[in-house]
Design a protein around this ligand. Structure first.
Ligand SMILES: *Cc1c(COP(=O)(O)O)cnc(C)c1O
Length: 244
């Protein structure tokens, strides 16, 4: 994307994002969650790179992207903005940002973002595990499950989760938990898939359950989400519609 393709007017203000984040925290509380333990991953995909510094100024620390190129562009924009290292690693405790990779990932893209990603959330196959282990040894990952068996979505089958967790550990990766994307539909229809993911995470002793997006995160929190991934609910409609 060239700078002329950016739509700066579509980037919300810090005040708007702060207000939206407070509303999200309130809804997490209403759903029985604790905003200090349910992490809000702010999904910046589809927006101009300048959104990353807006998100940070609004107090967000976990940012999510779906495409390697967009992630690199946003990290560069943050560097240009304030000269601080946008970070790497998981950034815990240093007030830095943690970038979450959420999209379908080709193995040949891993290298370009290996130093930038703090949590690889969309790990769904052995080849990707091997490549991440090679380019980002000991990286933290989530195994993504395809909750409703939709062929156009990423994620492995429920039956493949335990073997993939084993392979990832054998490869030296730090498996933190499971991730899933509910099928489009009424929020309540997401519940059975979320419930199944959470019970599998319990069974495998995995702490993180990354479930819930703008339209279904309250259901996800009710079901035990530890990480909600929210784009439109924080930033409004995405200016570019070629992102899933
Ligand atoms: C786009 C995306 C989100 C955020 O979606 P919103 O509906 O904008 O909240 C969360 N998770 C994944 C994997 C996504 O691709």
């Amino acid at each position: 994307m060239s700078p002329s393709d950016e739509v700066p007017e579509a980037v919300p203000s810090v005040a708007q994002v702060e207000a939206n984040l407070s509303a999200v925290h309130a809804k997490i509380r209403e759903a029985g969650g604790d905003p200090s333990t349910v992490r809000v991953v702010a999904v910046t995909k589809g927006f101009a790179p300048s959104l990353a510094s807006v998100a940070r100024a609004a107090g967000l620390r976990d940012l999510g992207e779906n495409y390697a190129q967009e992630l690199v562009a946003k990290v560069d924009a943050l560097r240009d903005h304030d000269g601080s290292p946008a970070f790497g690693g998981d950034g815990d405790g240093d007030g830095g940002l943690v970038w979450h990779f959420l999209g379908r990932l080709q193995t040949n893209k891993v290298r370009a973002i290996a130093d930038l990603v703090g949590l690889w959330q969309s790990v769904d196959r052995a080849a990707l595990i091997q490549q991440i282990a090679r380019r980002a040894p000991r990286a933290a990952i989530l195994v993504q499950i395809n909750l409703a068996g939709e062929s156009q979505k990423g994620g492995c089958a429920f039956a493949d989760v335990a073997p993939l967790v084993g392979q990832a550990r054998d490869a030296g990766l730090d498996v933190r938990g499971l991730m899933g994307v509910a099928p489009a539909g009424r929020p309540d229809e997401a519940r059975p898939g979320f419930r199944r993911l959470v019970s599998l995470a319990d069974e495998l002793g995995l702490v993180e359950r990354s479930i819930g997006m703008s339209n279904d995160y309250t259901v996800a929190v009710e079901e035990g989400s530890t990480m909600v991934r929210i784009g439109r609910g924080l930033f409004g409609p995405r200016p570019r519609t070629d992102t899933p």
